[in-house]
Design a binder for this molecule. Structure first.
Ligand SMILES: *[C@@H]1O[C@H](CO)[C@@H](O)[C@H](O)[C@H]1NC(C)=O
Ligand SMILES: *[C@@H]1O[C@H](CO)[C@@H](O)[C@H](O)[C@H]1NC(C)=O
Ligand SMILES: *[C@@H]1O[C@H](CO)[C@@H](O)[C@H](O)[C@H]1NC(C)=O
Length: 309
């Protein structure tokens, strides 16, 4: 008896049929999937919302924007109005510098996967835009006007106000056709929801502290901003501050609300109209303003504007 048994080499034909079967068992070959126009239009919406975050992150932490840091991803769009370097403690600057560069990666990936060079919309980050939002949220004039660039806490509250894109991405997910793009959006949401959670997590330990020079706590600021976003969105409760009545906390058991979530502690979903009403600050998807004086770019958001826009 030979000790070594000779393992028969599978014939080429068996090998090829196996490969064929393996290929068949995958629903799509991701790399070759054509992304439909309807998904590209939703992708352009995402582009606008990533830009809204990216520019304030980059200007606030580094003092410069995408026009100089990554002009290849702006489509030659106009420089934002009123953005400036914020006065931040070293840790806060360190964290948001990371977020700025993360968002540049997101812009590259999004435009690459969709093979579309989108154009950055006009953005307005003037102190006055934030001050108006805060005055409306409190239904009174804050004195002095709220300045998001004045210190780390104010900057975090300004970012808290701006992060609307994640709830929109949750709402848009089911509308996508392409599995490639769905998978991409989920991976983007993983990091972007992480960013939003970190903003809340940085505010949470100081929730009982006053936002100087006002006689208002951090928790009340977040509550008012969230309430105001609910009001602008006109779609009921989809937003919650850092401290909530117990019945709104996780499983109705806690007041602490470091991450906002619905009754199952999953993320709230917003429609495009709801998100536009908030970032325009007008409560009307047909009336641009706020952070987007001329509205978002792209067919979907522009379809809500009147003729001539
Ligand atoms: C930007 O916001 C400031 C402050 O609200 C406002 O005065 C200015 O007109 C806005 N710019 C544009 C182009 O809308
Ligand atoms: C929470 O989960 C239950 C069970 O799946 C479901 O019936 C309910 O609609 C969910 N609530 C929300 C707000 O998604
Ligand atoms: C939104 O604005 C448009 C254009 O000005 C107007 O026709 C419409 O009535 C507004 N909608 C609401 C709900 O106010």
């Amino acid at each position: 008896m030979a000790i070594h048994t000779v393992v028969p080499t599978p014939s080429k034909s068996i090998f090829l049929s196996l490969t064929f079967l393996i290929l068949l068992s995958f629903p799509h070959s991701y790399s070759s999937e054509v992304i439909p126009q309807s998904d590209k239009e939703l992708g352009e919406v995402a582009f606008n919302f990533i830009m809204l975050e990216a520019q304030i992150l980059c200007y606030g932490s580094l003092g410069s924007g995408l026009e100089s840091l990554a002009p290849q991803y702006t489509g030659g769009g106009p420089s934002p109005i009123g953005a400036q370097k914020a006065i931040l403690d070293p840790l806060t600057r360190h964290i948001f510098t990371q977020f700025c560069y993360q968002d540049i990666g997101h812009l590259r990936a999004l435009q690459g996967i969709l093979e579309e060079p989108f154009r950055m919309p006009l953005l307005n980050y003037s102190k006055g835009v934030f001050a108006t939002y805060m005055d409306n949220a409190f239904e009174r004039t804050l004195n002095p006007p709220f300045n998001p660039y004045a210190n780390s806490i104010n900057y975090l509250l300004g970012l808290y106000l701006i992060y609307v894109g994640n709830s929109l991405a949750v709402g848009a997910g089911p509308m996508l056709e392409s599995s490639t793009f769905k998978a991409f959006l989920a991976s983007l949401l993983g990091v972007d929801a992480g960013q939003e959670a970190i903003i809340r997590a940085l505010l949470y330990p100081v929730r009982e502290k006053l936002v100087l020079p006002y006689d208002i706590t951090v928790a009340e600021f977040t509550d008012r901003i969230s309430e105001y976003r609910n009001k602008l969105g006109k779609a009921g409760l989809k937003d919650e501050g850092l401290v909530v009545p117990t019945f709104l906390g996780a499983e109705g058991k806690v007041e602490g609300n470091i991450i906002a979530g619905n009754e199952n502690s999953t993320f709230y979903a917003r429609t495009l109209q709801e998100a536009l009403r908030i970032v325009y600050g007008t409560g009307n998807e047909s009336v641009p303003g706020g952070f987007f004086p001329n509205g978002l770019n792209g067919r979907l958001p522009r379809s809500f504007l009147g003729p001539g826009n």
